[in-house]
Write a protein that binds this ligand. Structure first.
Ligand SMILES: [Fe+2]
Length: 134
């Protein structure tokens, strides 16, 4: 099931980050598909574990990059990242405890990521452009 659709509005112009964002969309869609098909809790947990690992890797890449370019809003940006990490950790706990979880959570994660890219990531793109660092 496709809950996250990539389009040009999400482009940062930074090849590695764009590639990672696209992979995150794919991982969210795989998780949504696991819910749609009513797959076992185990399969949903596997998809979520993959997503969480990828989210951690991507945030690390992005934060290191922002640190290296001297981005002044890095700590606020990092706090946003921690928010998504927390959301996915809560979901993992709910899935592990047998609590009922619906596909709505994947839509929530998808919306969160899309908003984050458009409103928060694109701010550092503007910073790079304005300061001639890209
Ligand atoms: Fe970000």
């Amino acid at each position: 099931m496709t809950v996250a659709i990539w389009n040009a509005r999400y482009e940062t112009g930074i090849e590695l980050i764009d590639a990672q964002h696209k992979s995150l969309f794919e991982a969210i869609n795989r998780l949504a598909e696991a819910f749609r098909l009513g797959q076992s809790r185990e399969q949903a947990r596997e998809c979520l574990a993959f997503l969480m690992k990828y989210v951690a890797e991507h945030f690390q890449t992005e934060e290191r990059f922002l640190h290296d370019v001297g981005y002044p809003e890095l700590s606020a940006h990092r706090a946003e990242h921690d928010q998504l990490t927390g959301l996915t950790q809560d979901l993992a706990i709910r899935l592990a405890s047998g609590e009922p979880v619906t596909m709505d959570v994947t839509i929530f994660i998808s919306d969160w990521l899309q908003r984050h890219i458009r409103e928060v990531d694109l701010k550092y793109v503007a910073f790079l452009r304005d300061t001639g660092r890209n």
